[in-house]
Write a protein that binds this ligand. Structure first.
Ligand code: SF4
Ligand code: SF4
Length: 579
């Protein structure tokens, strides 16, 4: 029974009521077992990067949640609240403070959990608290945007079906060209395949080469495989937001698609939270009795090596590499040795990072942190621990089996100027795999081959952005690659130039003085003479994404969130122009 208490806000009341429904043996055990020994304190990268600030200590953070539980659901707190530190929550401002802790001061990495002698799993009830706050609409803006995309569009990055299919077809053509073998085409919705391959939308949006690399490996291994046309997103923002309903709905789409295709096994591409969600957590969230096997693509590739289905030449990956264990893959799912065994086959100079495996530090982008822009300074400050760990290896390349970690590591490597590359096992395996002579591409004869024209030669591109630095950066990059570039710093000038120059593509900022980018986009689409010009939206305000897709006109051909690096911009421009 709940204790009676003073007046509280509607949201606070709902949080308290819903907390009661979330309690189970595991959570109650963690909420009651802490003896405040402090042994977990030094486990947390936030603590190590912020010496002297007690508000980052795992036990301190846990107590903010524990107080509420004790006040309402533990007899000691109901009878002697002053004695056991029980305290209710009353106002929306207090909920905001709780939000700052559970979203902004913890990545749910579980490093403190495995270092607690009492078995307290803070990350589990931290996630539960996130879910309670989300249920009353208290969450970082980015969490709301990404969750909405995954609910409504079916994937975390708002990738439309056409964009997904086009990207696969593009990678399919590239692979067939590379191998000189039309049978290497990527099969979509093939029935009764032994492997159904699911991916992270980041691969479509920012890293399509990973799709081609995986396809090459499946093809050379002689696998009977396919990619689904729908329900293909194996990531799950429900794990980060604590929303079990979202988590269940997302996973169910994928499970049902595999069943529809009568697939024998679901292979999950390299993504820590996607693997943990899809294989370990989501069957419970979705209440779904999954009738097929599921495995990480790391295990799949290792199996091909062990069975002799692919041959590797590791001298092709000669740079010194280290391996970053993703928290979800390693600490939560036990994938420690498989990636290392695979690495031993594909890289000549492997340097272990310390600590590693279950004791590895978070990339600091975990728990959905990359989507929560308001906490970026805090995230990058705490990343000093990871940066020191990386630098000490002396490696030039850091390998990780997680797309989220790729982004987290890339950001901190840039911030701390470490000069390292980040890559995944699929890229190293693809680079090392030996193409049999029967499908080997003849060596190109260098003599007499004319120099290739720049990729964007002959294209006119209108760059629209009110930030001078960005305008210069995009323009220089596109011009260096052969495009003729026109610039506009506001919406009205963009419309005038679009009519005058009829560009092959427009890159369009949304937030601008005068006619904003959203309105410009709609006007372009509604003008019969301009409607066919492809548009790539590039914005620093992800919350505006829905406003674009909700407009009564066909969607943009491309959509990128700032900051955009050179590779991403070029890749997407080339993809849209089919250049
Ligand atoms: S190690 Fe466990 S018992 Fe000790 S303070 Fe941390 S959570 Fe509490
Ligand atoms: S789960 Fe990770 S980030 Fe959160 S308190 Fe524990 S060690 Fe720190």
């Amino acid at each position: 029974m709940q204790a009676t208490d003073t007046v509280r806000s509607h949201k606070a009341q709902k949080v308290i009521e819903r907390l009661g429904k979330k309690l189970n043996r595991q959570i109650v055990g963690s909420l009651t077992a802490c003896v405040h020994c402090g042994m977990c304190t030094e486990s947390c990268h936030y603590v190590l990067a912020n010496p002297g600030d007690p508000t980052y200590a795992p036990a301190w953070k846990a107590d903010r949640i524990r107080k509420i539980f004790k006040r309402h659901y533990d007899w000691t707190g109901r009878v002697f609240p002053w004695w056991v530190g029980a305290k209710s929550v009353h106002t929306d401002a207090e909920l905001e403070e709780l939000k700052d802790i559970v979203f902004g001061k913890c990545t749910n990495c579980r490093r403190c959990s495995i270092n607690c002698p009492m078995g307290v799993d803070l990350a589990t009830f931290n996630r539960m608290t996130r879910g309670l706050l989300v249920s009353v609409g208290v969450m970082p803006e980015g969490v709301a945007v990404v969750s909405k995309d995954q609910w409504e569009i079916g994937n975390q990055m708002g990738v439309l079906k056409e964009e997904y299919i086009e990207t696969i077809e593009w990678m399919s053509e590239e692979l067939c060209d590379e191998l000189g073998d039309p049978s290497a085409a990527i099969p979509i919705d093939k029935m009764d395949a032994a492997v159904v391959y699911s991916i992270n939308p980041r691969e479509v949006k920012y890293d399509p080469r990973t799709i081609a690399d995986a396809a090459k490996i499946f093809h050379l291994a002689g696998e009977n495989w396919t990619m689904p046309s729908e329900g293909w997103d194996m990531t799950n923002f429900g794990l980060f937001s604590g929303d079990d309903d979202l988590g269940g709905a997302v996973a169910r789409r994928l499970y049902e698609k595999v069943v529809e295709l009568r697939g024998k096994k679901l292979v999950i591409s390299e993504c820590g939270h996607g693997y943990r969600s899809t294989r370990c957590e989501a069957p419970n969230w979705a209440a779904y009795d999954v009738p097929f096997e599921m495995e990480s693509s790391v295990n799949t590739m290792l199996r091909y090596v062990r069975e002799g289905r692919i041959k590797l030449d590791k001298t092709r990956n000669a740079l010194p590499v280290t391996f970053h264990d993703s928290c979800n893959n390693a600490r939560s799912c036990g994938l420690f040795e498989e990636p290392r065994e695979l690495l031993s086959h594909v890289a000549v100079d492997f340097r272990e990072m310390y600590p590693n495996r279950a004791e590895n530090y978070c990339c600091t982008g975990g728990g959905g942190a990359m989507s929560m822009g308001e906490y970026t300074p805090r995230r990058l400050k705490s990343a000093r621990i990871k940066a020191e760990q990386l630098a000490a290896t002396g490696a030039k390349v850091v390998v990780t089996s997680c797309h989220n970690c790729v982004d987290g590591l890339t950001d901190l490597i840039r911030h701390y100027k470490l000069g390292m590359e980040v890559t995944q096992l699929v890229n190293l395996v693809s680079n090392a795999v030996v193409v049999p002579a029967a499908v080997a591409v003849p060596e190109m004869v260098e003599v007499g081959v004319p120099e290739a024209a720049p990729a964007l030669a002959g294209y006119k591109i209108l760059v629209v952005d009110d930030e001078p630095d960005i305008l210069v950066f995009y323009s220089a990059l596109l011009e260096d690659n052969g495009a003729q570039v026109f610039q506009a710093t506001d919406g009205d000038a963009a419309l005038v130039l679009a009519r005058k120059e009829r560009p092959s593509l427009i890159t369009l900022d949304l937030s601008m003085p005068g006619t904003d980018g959203g309105k410009v986009f709609e006007l372009l689409r509604k003008d019969p003479e301009l409607a066919e010009i492809p548009v790539c939206i590039i914005t620093g305000k992800p919350e505006l994404r829905r406003l674009i897709y909700d407009r009564p006109v066909p969607p943009p051909e491309g959509y990128l969130d700032k900051p955009v690096d050179e590779d991403t911009l070029l890749l997407n421009v080339r993809k849209i122009l089919k250049a």
